[in-house]
Design a protein around this ligand. Sequence first.
Ligand code: TXA
Ligand code: MG
Length: 358
Amino acid sequence: MERSAYKTRHLVVDPGQPDAAIIQEAGALLREGELVAFPTETVYGLGANALNAQAVAGIFVAKGRPADNPLIVHVDSPRSLERYIDQVPPILAQLAARFWPGPLTLVLRGGHAFAPVVTGGLDTVAVRVPDHPVALALIRAAGVPVAAPSANVSGRPSPTTAAHVLDDLSGKIALVLDGGPAGLGVESTVLDVSGNCPVILRPGGTIQRDLEAVLGEVKVAPDVDGGAIAGDRPRSPGMKYTHYAPRASLVLFEGYDPGRVAAGVLDEARRLVADGRKVGILTYRETASLYDGQGYSVVVVGKRSDPGTVAASLYASLRRFDYLGVEVILAEGIASDGLGMVVENRLRRAAGGHVVTL
Ligand code: TXA
Ligand code: MG
């Protein structure tokens, strides 16, 4: 299907009270095989009917996504999974009771009921129940499970507003439901429960500590930060691609002492500015005053001591550097636990190995 011919529609809905007629119409579009972007509590998703192979294939075309990177299937309740998964494991009920609806994606065995392009040929499928009234109402109105990756062009930062979605996908999809900014700002945690021991394949909105409170020890896949592991195939196919990357190249500065890190960033910014480069600095409220912004742009992404504020505006901040025409982003690292660990993971992946340790 030729999708570049779309005049993408943009409809604003009140997340507190989504307009029923709009939701019904959007649900019908999804059911009939069109692509509809919608807000979730993490980032905006690009939805397609997970039972319709042609519709799902359209997601890969619109995003320019590699075909071997499987999608998350979104459902409105754990019960509706029973129709599509032959053997729902007992661990699912335990995790669903505590974390769904919410930012936790579970990788399960099975999923053969879905279009094969959803799982990219794997014998597992990723599923979640999103915690957003517009997403839930849409899934219910569609009456089908909804395959949805983040609604960005592949490799770009995930969209946290409808404007970001339109920047990337306008003309390629039927509709964007605009429910305002996504709350969390980073994607769901992907937890593989298909084996003997649960493994975090992608850190995200549900933090490791909270999972461990329910499950005991939870492992983290060794390749989550994008480091190649010789001879090992990534468990989560998406992790082998550069991700969350703005158009500018990003250099990440890490270290225990934030003042020392900031001093290193400032040195490098001055050197690059003297070289005629267009530089942007990604910093936090605590260290922002160390930069005078002379000849470079400074974006304060949130409070280092409150990583939730950083997660919420991380992707919008990375996109802002693009709007500013920045060529090189120098980013300060953040402490690596809880949501701070999630932010650090996204920064490392955006840096694609350009990490300076001070
Ligand atoms: O918060 C989120 O998860 C958002 C919203 C829209 O729900 N979605 C999202 O989807 O981030 P996406 O496609 O951008 O990322 C899905 C990740 C990828 O890293 C993919 O490789 C992994 O989940 N994944 C999907 N199915 C998998 C499977 N069967 N086994 C292992 N990893 C899988
Ligand atoms: Mg994505």
